[in-house]
Design a protein. Structure first.
Length: 220
């Protein structure tokens, strides 16, 4: 069994980027409920239509839907050799549900990592994000300007509805109210919680995370 991790933190802190880097480093699947839900929205599935009203408003998707996605992933062949949970759980109720899923499968966690960054930085990161309508490239106005075409294919860059500044602020408010209690939840758990500075280049943050994991392994 490979490494089993949770990486958490507020919207825009870099969980997706760091999740991909760590998953590649350890050769494990990155399980992102956000990606799963966006795929369902794009495909227009029954699940996608069910969660659309929550997702576009920046509210949390119902726990039973998210836990169902995670249970399905755990039972797939890829997660047999470890996994990284990216942005899940988001509430104490989800954490309790996750604990039940793990216990039923005799699986333990190796580490719970929390990325941190100032709120204004998070708003600027998310509201400035742009996505290419044609090729799917994700970029930022800091790199390409506010009205530039896609640097990869020349098509239009758009702002996702959940990336608008007012939605971002709502998402951060929801995080503070419903997700921050998870910090205390995991800090008091057997696995524990380690906070990691999310500012700096992706490589610098990755190195901090890897050093944290090395220290945790040495301590264990």
């Amino acid at each position: 069994m490979g490494v089993r991790l949770i990486i958490m933190g507020p919207p825009g802190v870099g969980k997706g980027t760091q999740g991909e880097l760590l998953a590649e480093r350890f050769g494990i699947p990155r399980l992102s409920t956000g990606d799963m839900i966006r795929a369902a929205l794009k495909a227009g599935t029954r699940l996608g239509e069910r969660v659309r009203v929550y997702y576009e408003a920046g509210d949390l998707v119902p726990d039973e839907v998210v836990l169902g996605l995670i249970a399905e992933a755990f039972d797939g062949p890829e997660a047999a050799c470890g996994f990284l949970l990216d942005g899940f759980p988001r509430t104490v109720a989800q954490a309790d549900g996750l604990a039940e899923l793990l216990t039923a499968r005799a699986i333990g966690l190796d580490a719970v990592l929390s990325l941190e960054a100032p709120e204004q930085e998070l708003v600027e990161r998310i509201s400035g994000r742009r996505v290419c309508e044609a090729c799917g490239l994700v970029t930022h106005v800091r790199l390409v300007g506010d009205a530039s075409p896609c640097p990869a294919c020349g098509a239009s860059l758009v702002q996702r509805s959940d990336d608008r500044a007012e939605t971002v602020r709502n998402r951060l408010s929801v995080y503070r109210e419903q997700t921050e209690p998870l910090l205390a939840y995991y800090a008091s758990s057997e696995t524990g919680l380690t906070a990691v500075d999310g500012l700096g280049s992706p490589e610098a943050v990755r190195d901090r995370l890897l050093e944290t994991l090395r220290c945790a392994e040495a301590a264990g």
